[in-house]
Design a protein around this ligand. Sequence first.
Ligand code: PLP
Length: 355
Amino acid sequence: MPTYARHDVTLVSGRGAWVTDVDGKRYLDFLAGIAVVGLGHLHPAPLAAAHSQLEELWHVSNLFWTEPMAQLAERLSERFGGAQAFFCNSGAEAIEAALKHARKATGKHGVVALEGSFHGRTAGALSVTGQPAKRAAFEPLLPDVTFAKPNDIASLEAAVSDATGCILLEPVLGEGGVVPLEPAFAEAARELAEVLVFDEVQTGVGRTGTFFAFEQLGVRPDAVTLAKGLANGLPIGCFLAAESTFEAGDHASTFGGNPVVCAAAVAVCDEIDDAVLAAVRDKSAQISARLPGVRGRGLLLAVEAADAGEVVDECRERGLLVGTAGLDAIRLTPPLTITDDELDHGLSILEEVLT
Ligand code: PLP
């Protein structure tokens, strides 16, 4: 179905920060699947882990344990500082789990989210997405969702009511134009929220230079959602909560916790070490020093550009894949592992197109 405004390009292979189309043309990938392929295409660690799991066991129902699922839960719990994981297959599903968890934990169904936020396309996730154009054709959605302005504490206070069980925030609004939250705003949310959930579907797994973006906000949420970068491109979602309210029968997913995908995700978590995170922060600083009008955190960045759509097309013609962040900015989400030379090459193309 024509649900995507696709480029007229068919990609057939990828290695590291490069992808190749069906005609053999190579592109430097500064999008990485929109912040998904964090370690670069076909990274050997998740590739080997997924391969060896493919040779052992593809699927069992969630009526049984598998080792990769348990290992991944342990890795994520360690990073969070103690948590339980529910595994699913996408970001939107992770949000659905978060919404159900918050209702059960608080007995309240009200949610406060942000104007311009994006949490996914399923009915629940769309209900908490603060973008009227994406919602209009599908209303009525879930009731008692209110939207506050990002980084406006008075607006957040006004949006919270006695019905509010959950405050749901992206640490950096991604689809909403790459808008980082300020620590004071996150602190205010922490004080106001019964259940504070950070949607780290886009910001998580090292993308902003720390494993979780919330580490830079000085605020610990009750729960986070993860997806995109977690298995380097294999489909996965995770709802991670300090304390589960779910009991047997409350929630489920047939494919959630798939052993092949979880094996890849364990390898990803093991690769995202302090050196990779420091390199993300360093490359982010390099980009900000080189281009004017850069905003964001780590390698989740936007660069101001009039007529962003045209810039994207021109970059693609010259062999560089970038995205848009609204109408007037280019989104840069290259692999976290991109080399200095590759970064230099891509930024040179972008500079040429922007001037
Ligand atoms: N939450 C955030 C912050 C996202 O950026 C996205 C996707 O872009 C989602 C949720 C939805 O994830 P998915 O497309 O995997 O359902």
